[in-house]
Ligand binder design. Structure first.
Ligand code: UDP
Ligand code: MG
Length: 316
């Protein structure tokens, strides 16, 4: 017996807001259950140093039929918590949600409805973002850059209210990478992704766990986790630079024979120096190509996914 819907919620130092979360989450899901959508909620405590773990345990005792709690022994970060939650899920549809009520639980129904239309990944776009202005601006800029570097199309990357199909979750559970960004990883495995618009609210209690620094880290993970383009950039630069400076050497040589040396050979020296720099850059880029291959191999993601094989049952 497994539920149709699993809801995964990472929790880190959220003691002030958990009661409010329960008060909205359970009624919202019970309403779905009336429509015949059975559910389970998987909380993952990411090594909170406050009373969050006890509050989660209390909730487990109150609603053991639909509540499961995974407890970490330390703080491994939001995305590791979500991955651990995924491994514990049994539902056909898995929805992730933040614990701070910035994602209204009432929207889960809309995600499920969209999934039932046959999609296996439903992202969400916040109608009106309730975050500091610098964060909104920064994440829009990073979105654009990321879409160029990787092939991942996520309109609103800083938003965790998303639904994933069982096929996507099973593939994610096979991955063993350490620094990852769950929505992007899921996107790479989705056959039929889509997005819907949802509400977004201010944090009800506690404060954001993301500093400016961890946001930068997150974006690096996103770029380098899904593309080795930053490494390959060097070989491109090196190739262009050595090409141009090679041209310069030839030009100076010709000039030298007709007009004599330029500023006592200073420019010739420049040309040689630039050429060498180009060669070095190209060398770094070449190394990057190999390191990139090693990196992709080490990630150990499934190399391809076979949807079905059409064949006749063998007759014996
Ligand atoms: N979170 C976590 N581990 C961490 C940081 C955050 O499990 O190391 C959880 C946190 O409890 C919340 C969600 O991840 O449920 C999003 O965190 P937060 O609201 O602080 O991020 P923001 O909304 O500011 O991006
Ligand atoms: Mg938040």
């Amino acid at each position: 017996m497994h539920p149709e819907l699993s809801v995964v919620i990472p929790v880190y130092n959220e003691e002030a807001g958990l009661a409010k979360l329960y008060a909205r989450l359970y009624p919202a899901l019970d309403k779905l259950a009336e429509r015949g959508i059975t559910y389970e909620i998987v909380f993952v405590n990411d090594g909170s140093r406050d009373r969050s773990a006890e509050i989660l345990a209390e909730q487990f005792r109150a609603r053991p039929d639909v509540t499961r709690v995974v407890l970490f022994n330390g703080n491994y970060g939001q995305h590791m918590a979500i991955l651990a939650g995924f491994q514990a899920t049994r539902g056909d549809i898995v929805v992730t949600l933040d614990a701070d009520l910035q994602n209204p639980p009432e929207e889960i129904g809309a995600l499920v409805d969209k999934m039932r239309e046959g999609y296996d990944y439903v992202g969400s776009i916040r109608r009106k973002r309730q975050d500091a202005a610098w964060r909104t601006y920064l994440s829009k800029a990073m979105n654009r850059l990321r879409e160029k570097i990787t092939r991942i199309k996520i309109t609103d990357q800083g938003n965790m209210l998303r639904a994933y199909g069982r096929n996507v979750i099973n593939l994610i559970n096979q991955c063993s990478e350490v620094n990852t960004f769950v929505p992007a990883l899921a996107y790479t495995f989705a056959r039929k992704p889509t997005e819907i618009v949802v509400e977004h609210e201010e944090r009800t209690a506690g404060e954001s766990k993301y500093s400016f620094y961890s946001l930068i880290r997150l974006n690096f993970d996103l770029m380098t986790g899904f593309s080795i383009m930053p490494l390959q950039l060097f070989s491109m630069m090196g190739m262009i630079l050595s090409g141009l400076s090679g041209g310069l050497v030839v030009l100076l040589l010709i000039r030298r024979f007709f007009l004599g040396a330029e500023a006592e050979g200073l420019f010739t020296l420049f040309a040689i120096a630039f050429f060498l720099m180009g060669v070095i850059l190209f060398g770094i880029g070449l190394l990057g190509e190999y390191v990139g291959r090693i990196y992709q191999q080490v990630q150990g993601r499934p190399r391809f996914v076979v949807q079905t094989i059409l064949e006749e049952k063998s007759r014996e």
